[in-house]
Design a protein around this ligand. Structure first.
Ligand SMILES: Cc1ncc(COP(=O)(O)O)c(C=O)c1O
Length: 379
C-alpha cells in the first residue's frame, strides 16, 4: 500500500530556494553570537527551568518509512505552554534589567504576549498588552492572570501593533515586540536568541544527526531563532523546510521572489499565531539564504492532527498539541505522499526528521473544539 492511501494529504505549494547558501557565520552575526550564548546561560538559570521533552513519533515514522521523527514538545515550556515563553520574557529581562520604573508593552496573537506578561510579572514590572479582535477571550484572560493590562483593538494584528506603538510613544512604554522593522531590531534579535534554546536542548537530547527540520513560520521569528540555534549547536546542517498557512505564505512568496513580499491575507487561518502577512526584517536576513524549501498547507487536517496527537496515533504517549503544533506534521505527511517532493527532499528510511510541537492547549477553548472535531474524523 502506498503512503498516499494511508493519509491522502496534500500541501498547497512547495518551492525550492534558489538562493540557498547556508553560512553559520552570517546567521550568527544576524542573531548576535553573544545573544545566542547568553540566552541559554540566562534562561537555563530561571526558576523551574527544564528542557522540554524531545519525543519520538514512532508510529508515524513507521507509517512514513522514515528512521525517526523527533517532536519537540513545547506544551511543557514552563507553565506557559508554548516556545514563546523563551523569547518575550528573555527580552523583557535583557531590555529592562529589572528596572521597576519601566512599563513594557507589546502587540500579540496570544503566546508572545503571555511571555511578555510573565517576564514582566517575574520582575515586578507593569505590562500593557494589545490584542486584535481575533484573539480569543481565553487567551486574553491568561495574560490578565499574569498581571497584564489587556487592551483590545478593532481590526487585525497589524492594527493592534499600530495602536501599541502609538500609545507606547505617548506614554514612554518600552515596546517588547517579536517583529522587527527598520530601526527596531534589537528586541526581535533577543527573542530569536531565546528561541535558539530549543535547539541547544535538542543537541543535548539526541546523538542522532538530524537530517530534516520542519519549521513553522508566522513572521519568521521562531524559524530564524531555530536556524541560529542550528548554526551554533548542530554539527551537521539538516535540510530546513518552512511551513506556513496557504493564505499567509509570506516567507514562501519572499523566498520565491528573493525579496520580502507582503501578502494580503484574504482569509485568516485557524493557525492564528502564524497568520501573518509580512516576514519580519531580521528573520528575513536569515531565512533568505538559510532555508532549503518552503511548503504551505490548508487548515483541512489541523483538527485531525490535534486528535491524532492526543489519541496516540502518532506516538506511544498522549501529546497535547494545539493548532500551531500541527503544521510540521501535516507538511511532513504531505511531502512524503508526493513522490517528487519526497525524492527532492531525500526523505527516506535513513531520515531523522525534527518537528517543532510549538504549543500545547494554550487556547483551551479552541483546543477542545479542534480535539472534538478531529476525534470525529478519526473514526
Ligand atoms: C503559537 C505560535 N505562534 C506563532 C508562531 C509563529 O512564530 P513567528 O511569528 O515567530 O514565525 C508559531 C510558530 O511558528 C506558533 O506556534
Amino acid at each position: 500500500m502506498s503512503n498516499a492511501e494511508v493519509f491522502g494529504w496534500k500541501f498547497s505549494k512547495f518551492i525550492n530556494n534558489s538562493n540557498y547558501n547556508f553560512s553559520r557565520e552570517k546567521i550568527l552575526d544576524v542573531c548576535g553570537k553573544d545573544n545566542v550564548n547568553d540566552a541559554f546561560k540566562i534562561i537555563s538559570n530561571w526558576e523551574n527551568y527544564n528542557s522540554t521533552p524531545l519525543l519520538k513519533l514512532n508510529k508515524l515514522s513507521k507509517k512514513l518509512n522514515l528512521k525517526n521523527i523527533f517532536y519537540k514538545d513545547e506544551s511543557k515550556r514552563f507553565h506557559l505552554k508554548s516556545f514563546k515563553a523563551l523569547g518575550g520574557a528573555y527580552a523583557v529581562e535583557k531590555i529592562t534589567k529589572g528596572n521597576k520604573n519601566i512599563t513594557v508593552a507589546t502587540a500579540t496573537a496570544g503566546n508572545h504576549g503571555r511571555s511578555v506578561s510573565w517576564g514582566a510579572q517575574r520582575l515586578g514590572l507593569k505590562c500593557k498588552i494589545f490584542i486584535s479582535e481575533y484573539v480569543s477571550e481565553s487567551r486574553a484572560d491568561v495574560m490578565r492572570d499574569l498581571g497584564a493590562d489587556v487592551i483590545r483593538v478593532k481590526g487585525n494584528y497589524e492594527a493592534s501593533l499600530k495602536e501599541c506603538i502609538k500609545q507606547s510613544q505617548m506614554n514612554g512604554w518600552e515596546i517588547i515586540q517579536d517583529v522587527a522593522w527598520e530601526g527596531y531590531e534589537e528586541v526581535p534579535r533577543l527573542t530569536m536568541a531565546g528561541y535558539s534554546v530549543m535547539i541547544k536542548e535538542i543537541s543535548i537530547q539526541t546523538d542522532q544527526y538530524i537530517t530534516h527540520v520542519f519549521l513553522q513560520a508566522g513572521v519568521g521569528g521562531m524559524a530564524s531563532g531555530a536556524i541560529a540555534g542550528i548554526a551554533k549547536y548542530f554539527k551537521r546542517i539538516p535540510k530546513i523546510i518552512i511551513v506556513e498557512p496557504e493564505n499567509a505564505d509570506c516567507v514562501l512568496q519572499s523566498v520565491k521572489e528573493g525579496e520580502m513580499k507582503k501578502i494580503d491575507i484574504k482569509k485568516e487561518s485557524i493557525l492564528g499565531g502564524m497568520s501573518c502577512g509580512e516576514v519580519s526584517l531580521v528573520p528575513w536576513k536569515i531565512l533568505k539564504n538559510g532555508v532549503n524549501n518552503c511548503i504551505s498547507i490548508s487548515d483541512e487536517n489541523i483538527a485531525k492532527t490535534v486528535a491524532m496527537l492526543q489519541k496516540k496515533h502518532l506516538s506511544e504517549e498522549t501529546i497535547i498539541g494545539g493548532e500551531c503544533a500541527t503544521p510540521g506534521i501535516i507538511g511532513l505527511i504531505a511531502a512524503c505522499e508526493d513522490q517528487n517532493v519526497k525524492n527532492n527532499l531525500d526523505l527516506n528510511e535513513k531520515s531523522n526528521v525534527l518537528l517543532m510541537g510549538c504549543e500545547g492547549d494554550a487556547d483551551k477553548d479552541l483546543y477542545k473544539r479542534l480535539l472534538n472535531e478531529g476525534v470525529k474524523k478519526l473514526i
